[in-house]
Ligand binder design. Sequence first.
Ligand SMILES: NC(=O)c1ccc[n+]([C@@H]2O[C@H](COP(=O)([O-])OP(=O)(O)OC[C@H]3O[C@@H](n4cnc5c(N)ncnc54)[C@H](OP(=O)(O)O)[C@@H]3O)[C@@H](O)[C@H]2O)c1
Length: 253
Amino acid sequence: MASIAIITGATGGLGQEFVREMLKENIDEIWAVARNEEKLGRLKEQFGDKLRTVKCDLSKADDLAELNDLINAEKPDIRLLINNAGIGDMGVSSEFSAEKISKTVDLNCKAVCLLCNYTIPFMSKGARILNISSASSFQPVPYINLYAASKVFVRSYTRSLNVELKRKGIICTAVCPGWIDTDMLNKEYKGKPVKFPGLVSPNRVAVQALRDSSKGKDMSVCTLFVKYEHFLSKILPQKVLMKIWMYGIRDYV
Ligand SMILES: NC(=O)c1ccc[n+]([C@@H]2O[C@H](COP(=O)([O-])OP(=O)(O)OC[C@H]3O[C@@H](n4cnc5c(N)ncnc54)[C@H](OP(=O)(O)O)[C@@H]3O)[C@@H](O)[C@H]2O)c1
């Protein structure tokens, strides 16, 4: 039985770094999941035979069912699941279309739960699940409202799941990075460069997340800067935290 790791959003900034790091591990195959076939093809060229590309739109029920069928047909020994694919937009959330809201919730929340449920029957003691949340889950975040709320869901869901799966010896870690230097971030606004305090490389986040999960942590917080933000979110009222946030984005809204 092949031992595998499943990484969603594997063609993106953070996902690729998870692939890179997992290739160093003793694992037979890495299933790289994303929508864009060209990007998946390039990933395969870059990382080679151990990589298996799986084209799947995780916000679509039919695609998710196909992925479930594939898992059930192959019955692999799943050592690692990384629910990394995620989307988010800045903006006034009351103006978001029904489609945007559905896609965000379906990908960021629903697909995470379903993929956990599809893979857990094929996991044994020592297997790990990493669900990518965000530092935006530490407090309400106006103008990234929907995204941040979806990441609160991921963090809460993952930590509870970790408790539920203790008896099976499966570890679940909610990864809560701050700003990561990937294509997800709009680097310019009205022709001016946008500042992202505490911006880190995706490789740093991936390495720390894998290290924390292998230590059995239910949360991974990378960098002192984000640890400090996490600490502040525990001691300051949320109204104050939102005021600080609004001051930080005053040039953009
Ligand atoms: N960047 C940050 O500052 C930051 C901070 C905290 C947390 N995060 C989280 O980190 C994770 C990775 O983000 P990133 O910055 O690496 O983003 P990214 O560079 O935009 O990559 C996103 C990845 O998700 C895939 N994807 C998007 N929609 C999908 C769908 N419907 N079905 C399947 N795959 C889909 C994309 O590939 P295709 O387009 O080919 O499908 C791509 O591989 C996300 O969960 C994000 O919320 C990011």
